[in-house]
Design a protein around this ligand. Structure first.
Ligand SMILES: [Zn+2]
Length: 414
């Protein structure tokens, strides 16, 4: 009998307790297993886990969901005493099988988090009969536990910093990726100096000094914090952002031309220009046959716009070339764009000139936020799952599990 109780405790993931008896649930199909704390676990504070004096016996037993016995929901139930912690006050004692405040066992929560990393939302929700919002609360707790177990990464020398918008651009997360492993190191709500400072503070002075390269966009809040916190780092401007400036300049030029043609009553030509947007923006290798002919027509009809298109492609070539040759090409590009008659390109050239040191550093170190873009795209997909969560915490926890290597192991019998 004692042996079968021990087996039951292990099967339910509550081996740290003593199983007493199993009953069928009265209110729904399923089981409740009565358990009790081992004597040595009687009086610990649930917050600091320090041993402290007992206060009284809780008046009602508490229940936690755990792994199912067969097809029904299964709970473990125990009467847990209250303790008086000198720091945290009078609280229900720590139980070794569940996290503070959780209505699920630790082992069950780890399994749900493992599933949330690999399965879709409704599968996790339906399989466990748990609302997605509650899955969010579980993810938050598992995320905290995984973070507490994993010290900051050692010997990180090259990082990328970016921001991800979500909730239709109303909210932002600042994310940091280790370029060498491609892992998400950190994500936090907000996109400002105070937010990024938190990251470097969590890293500590010694690890900040080990950082040699930082890639980011042109945001001044990033540049200022990096300069202050990472004395040995060279800041590299992300080429993707630089090309994006010029792509935007090209689109401004296209729209200006479109308006001009419309005002002149040349509706057909204006219409053709309107359809040229994607042909102008795409990389040449990705063009469809009809987009190629659109461009060929543009070359004949609109020399300014075609000149702008060539400038955009030349800038892309600068970043493909890289190294000192890339730096030289960049200088030539700035001169050509400034000399052109195309106002949006003159402005883009001025911005590029202003950030030339950081752009050259990217060319010389071959660093880009390309890896970050991958993480960014995956994170954007995750933000869709986060709609049902009550805060950003579960989203960040899920991101760190999925992209930062902090997923808990699937609980198994050992
Ligand atoms: Zn305490």
């Amino acid at each position: 009998m004692v042996r079968s109780k021990k087996m039951l405790a292990r099967a339910l993931g509550v081996e740290s307790s003593v199983c007493e008896e199993v009953e069928e649930l009265a209110e729904q199909p399923g089981f409740v297993v009565h358990i009790r704390l081992r004597t040595r676990d009687l009086s610990r504070c649930p917050v600091c886990q320090e041993e402290c004096p007992g206060y009284d016996q809780a008046d009602r037993p508490r229940r936690w969901r755990t792994h199912p016995l067969g097809l029904g929901k299964t709970f473990v139930e125990a009467v847990v005493p209250r303790v008086r912690c000198p720091v945290h006050g009078i609280l229900v004692a720590h139980v070794p099988w569940a996290r503070p405040g959780a209505g699920f066992t630790t082992s069950f929560e780890d399994m749900v988090a493992w599933q949330a990393v690999r399965m879709d939302k409704s599968a996790v929700s339906d399989l466990n009969a748990i609302a997605w919002r509650t899955v969010g609360a579980i993810l938050g707790r598992v995320g905290d536990a995984m973070k507490a177990k994993s010290p900051p990464l050692e010997n990180v020398s090259s990082i990328g910093i970016d921001e991800v918008s979500y909730r239709k651009g109303h909210r932002y997360l600042t994310i940091v990726v280790d370029h060498d492993t491609g892992r998400l190191m950190w994500a936090h709500p907000g996109h400002d100096k105070a937010t990024l400072t938190k990251f470097f503070k969590s890293l500590g002075k010694k690890r900040c000094e080990q950082i040699r390269l930082v890639s980011a966009d042109a945001a001044s809040w990033i540049a200022e914090v990096v300069k202050k916190r990472c004395p040995n780092a060279t800041r590299c401007m992300d080429p993707f952002h630089v090309v994006a400036w010029v792509t935007k300049a090209l689109d401004q030029l296209r729209r200006a031309n479109w308006n001009k043609l419309r005002k002149q009553g040349r509706a057909d030509e204006a219409g053709a220009l309107k359809g040229s947007r994607w042909a102008l923006q795409k990389n040449p290798v990705d063009l469809t046959k009809s987009q190629r002919s659109t461009l060929a027509q543009l070359k004949e009809d609109n020399r300014d716009l075609f000149a702008g298109y060539l400038l955009k492609e030349e800038l892309r070539a600068v970043f493909q070339t890289k190294g000192w040759e890339g730096c030289w090409l960049l200088q030539q590009w700035i001169l050509t764009a400034k000399r052109s008659r195309l106002a949006p390109f003159k402005r883009a050239a001025e911005s590029i000139e202003k950030h030339r040191d950081a752009i050259q550093a990217a060319l010389l170190n071959g660093l880009s936020n390309a890896r970050l873009k991958g993480v960014n795209t995956k994170l954007k997909l995750l933000t869709r799952l986060a709609y049902g969560f009550h805060s950003q915490k579960p989203l960040i926890a899920l991101a760190m599990m999925k992209l930062g290597g902090l997923c808990p192991r699937l609980p198994r019998l050992t």
